[in-house]
Design a protein around this ligand. Sequence first.
Ligand SMILES: NC(=O)C1=CN([C@@H]2O[C@H](COP(=O)(O)OP(=O)(O)OC[C@H]3O[C@@H](n4cnc5c(N)ncnc54)[C@H](O)[C@@H]3O)[C@@H](O)[C@H]2O)[C@H](O)CC1
Ligand SMILES: [K+]
Length: 472
Amino acid sequence: MITAARMGAVDRNAEALGVSQKQLMESSGNAVARAVREEASEGDTVTVVAGRGNNGGDALVAARFLDAFDLSVHLLGKPETITTEIARENWAALEAANYPCETVADSADLEVGDPEVIVDAMLGTGISGDLREPEATAAREINASDATVISVDVPSGVDADSGEVPENAVSADRVITFHDGKPGLADLDCEVRVADIGIPGAAERYVGPGDLELGSPAPDAETRVFVIGGGPYTGAPALSAQAALRSGADLSFLACPESIEDVLAGYTEDLIVQAYESERLSTEEVDGLIETATKHDDVVVLGPGLGTAEETLEAARTFLEEFEGPMVVDADALSVVPEVETEATLICTPNRKELAGMGGPELDDLEAGADDIERFAAELGHVVMAKGEADVVSDGERTRISTRGTPGMTVGGTGDTLAGITAAFMKDNDPLNAAAAAAYANGRAAERLDRGGGLLASDLLDEVPEVVWGER
Ligand SMILES: NC(=O)C1=CN([C@@H]2O[C@H](COP(=O)(O)OP(=O)(O)OC[C@H]3O[C@@H](n4cnc5c(N)ncnc54)[C@H](O)[C@@H]3O)[C@@H](O)[C@H]2O)[C@H](O)CC1
Ligand SMILES: [K+]
């Protein structure tokens, strides 16, 4: 099953791999035509009712494969209102080739007639709200006919994700959906066929630009990130907190021992440093931190630069046991995750060593060990983003691999920037989508800066916005 949003991301990934939307539309249209040929005999009347989006586009392709029938194509709107280039091109091809096609300005003008087959291609996954005119009247006409109704991708009006069927939706006899089943089609009482349209498996398995769109924040999202780190180290928490801002967080707070407060505040005006008295993170600080995080923040990053003192690990354990919000757990805090029961939603970001240290698989090649990482994520009950030459992201059921990045990313601190990017993406988001998008953004930023060597993790900070807002 695949949601509409994820389908869009996979389409975008396919395009980045060199398989264009127009190629996918050609395959979709061909699959629809094959279904029509199963239902109609040569010379039968076939009526195509096309909307102005790519759902309609699919049927405009199908029309070219239906010469053997008494065909008529009805576009619900003016050609210039067709919303995509590839659908427009397919309409123009039909007109240029003298196909029997007409535009329907007003639903009263739509003559569905009494064909053997109607192809319902008004609306697919791009629907919003109940059917509006002229689609609503057209749907009534289609439902009132005795024709066999073949719906393209989704019966027009049905929500492909929720399965909600508004009363004026098309009632299909058959649905030809593309690439994978849709959650909203599972309970339809008609035949649903999944047609392979040639999307490469890599478009789902490997993180691409579509995943960035899916997992990065909407421009108007307001995210407050709270980094709990530092103690022996100061660079790591500062990198995470700044990376969060560079990835869309509006405010980035940094909780640290007061002994390094000035050092951290000195890095940049942009961080709000909130110091606590203890020399390092300890249990007496945790209640205060949980209260602050719960009241004021959206996502916590626990771990950068915390060090591994027993009292710090004990405090991390307590924090994890008591906090219930979204968290990125990185670096030294990772080792306690398998020991605690938590209500928090975690994204754990171990490197190979930390993965093994958490009781995960000991792997030289993370990509080759992706199934082991998926099993470990399932046991752990949280998203694991195992960082290496390839990053493997899994929630125990779904696994995606990011091969973005450069050898130079082995320099210290790129895991800290990744943790901050992940936190900025995590609010109100599927944690797997957020983590996959963050791995992609961090790696792409490094690729854009690649001069063969000499990368600094702090260099990534300026480049991340170029990826998150410049490339999607
Ligand atoms: N990988 C794949 O699965 C592929 C699927 N394809 C087809 O593309 C459509 C999705 O196309 P899209 O252009 O995003 O949207 P639609 O055509 O479904 O609808 C957009 C169209 O409809 C208008 N509209 C929206 N809501 C309403 C409403 N409530 N009432 C009336 N009109 C509405 C909106 O204004 C637009 O004009 C997918 O379903 C597949 O069929 C690709 O062709 C290939 C890859
Ligand atoms: K449809």
